[in-house]
Ligand binder design. Structure first.
Ligand SMILES: O=C[C@H](O)COP(=O)(O)O
Length: 256
């Protein structure tokens, strides 16, 4: 049975005072029935790792560079993330793909480096509103999966997050059927490429306007193993009920 995962992406939010939220979260979930990961901005990563030491919360980066070190002003390598205590890194988020023109080929190289450095890679895929309306969603997701995910992936070092771009930060959430269709498709593609064992063991997260109010319904969907949460992960008050909903789902038999 796949262990569920609640991942928080703080994006470009958070000052040192925000780290108090981690203590509140750790206090509310001392022994969670799911993985809990927080990905703060790089400025807070080392501090967050220190604050989370001895708790069930793990920390991760939001991207990394494809080289180990060198003349790349402003960039951070996977080894550097690992060095400050990160266990994971989000790669290929649609905001990175749009703001920094990261292609799926770029994402695959970043993921190779990150996996080689011992980081779990959360690789994001998702369609735009335009692509969904043109009924191209599965073609887009299929291409992103095959180009972004490296051959070095395993059930331990790969997590895939399905994040429809039109649902991110908008309050617009796909229907359960829409989420289920894409998650089932991703599962089938992973099984096809990596074999049944590995394909079945990779966790699939849904991301896009997940809140306490809709979490349970989303976690009941086939092949949804957790969530990648943006806005609602910024405070323990908002993230804690999402984790609780996932813990409740973790006690039910896995589907898919
Ligand atoms: O990485 C997280 C996602 O982009 C979702 O963000 P959101 O929960 O604020 O919609």
């Amino acid at each position: 049975m796949r262990r569920k995962m609640a991942a928080g992406n703080w994006k470009m939010n958070g000052l040192r005072s925000s780290l108090d939220e981690l203590e509140a979260l750790a206090g509310a979930h001392p022994d969670p029935a799911c993985d809990v990961l927080i990905c703060p901005p790089a400025t807070l990563l080392a501090l967050a790792a220190d604050r989370c030491a001895g708790t069930a919360i793990r920390v991760g980066g939001q991207t990394c560079h494809m080289n180990v070190e060198g003349p790349h002003t402003g960039d951070i390598s996977a080894q550097m993330l690992r060095d400050v205590g990160a266990n994971a890194v989000i790669l290929g988020h649609s905001e990175r793909r749009a703001d920094h023109e990261e292609s799926s080929e770029d994402v695959r190289m970043l993921a190779q480096m990150a996996q080689a450095a011992g980081l779990q890679t959360i690789i994001c895929v998702g369609e735009s509103q335009f692509q969904r309306e043109a009924t191209n969603t599965l073609d887009i997701i299929g291409a992103q999966l095959s180009l972004s995910i490296p051959d070095s992936s395993t059930g331990e070092n790969l997590v895939v997050a399905y994040e429809p771009i039109w649902a991110i930060g908008t309050g617009q959430v796909p229907t359960s059927d829409q989420i289920g269709e894409v998650h089932d498709f991703i599962r089938a593609r992973l099984e096809q490429r990596f074999g049944f064992g590995v394909g079945k063991s990779v966790r699939l997260l849904y991301g896009g306007s997940v809140k306490a109010a809709n979490a349970q319904e989303i976690f009941d969907i086939s092949n949804v193993d957790g969530a990648l949460v943006g806005g609602a992960s910024l405070s323990a008050k908002d993230f804690s009920p999402i984790i609780a909903a996932l813990e409740a789902a973790a006690t039910e038999p896995a589907e898919g």
